[in-house]
Write a protein that binds this ligand. Sequence first.
Ligand code: ASP
Length: 330
Amino acid sequence: MPEAMGRRILVLATGGTIAGCQAAHGGYLSAQIAGQALLAQTGLGDGSLHIDVEDIAHVGSQDMSQEIWHRLALRIEAAVAAGGVDGIVVSHGTDTMEETAFFLSRVLQLPFHVVLTGAMRPADAADADGPVNLRQAVLLAAQPAAGAGQVLVAFGGEIHAAQWVKKIAASSLRAFASPDAAPLGVFLGDEVYWTPGMTAPVARRYGLPASAEQWPKVGILYAYAGMDSAQVKACLALGWDGWVLAGLGNGNAPHACLAALADAAAQGTLIVRSSRCLTGWVTAAGEVDDQAMGFVSAGRYDALQARILLMLALSGTRGRHAVQAHFSAV
Ligand code: ASP
């Protein structure tokens, strides 16, 4: 990729299976290998790119936390402010990669791309996918951004926008997809082929909450046939700031559960209805009367995104109508 020559890339390693090693129990342990050793497996050490590596965390992404998100976002902001970097790669576990990508896309103003990647196989597996994923992520980050930079996921030979990407497979090497859209592009070897007409949407940005401990508390309730309102009430009794319903179809739930959620909404808890479906929108004009029940509809945001958006919205906004505006915007 000739346009990448001489560009300066910062790799921020956080752990995950990409940094994993096989273990005596027959499985593997994630987050065992430092970022520099991962980079050494990519074949990108010929000096045509200037690549710096920092280890930001050593976790499987099931342990990704608001504190690490905060640290990661501050490190990226500092790199943007200092200059001297043309692109950033974040190596990350796959389990929560889409959440980190969405969060970063909402709090960062970027002059270049931030590209997340990871792996489904540990680094010492015969079919390790980490080296090629990391190589392609670095090459993508080295591409000049046309306009504002984006938060992207490069995985399994595809490029996804933070706004659309989801982990859709628990074991396949092509673990990510953009089910409501399409990949922004694909790799053929080291070359990027952008999908004609596909561009990542420009999203509304939020200030980074002051410290991870001060973020509003928001959880997710996953709906299912026969869901018991006692479970819903037990969660609501925690007194958190908001709940996202990963609802049935168009953000639905059994009547007793909706009634419990409406009671909580009347007392000031923000309730956002999203869908447990893989694609589609949750609209206010469905079977549930949001106006009467005091709910917010998540629009095109899935439950994981809605939880993050609600946390960010609640950092500066109160009230159902003000929060609904955050979900109605792009
Ligand atoms: N549990 C691992 C993680 O998210 C899985 C992976 O990376 O594929 O860190």
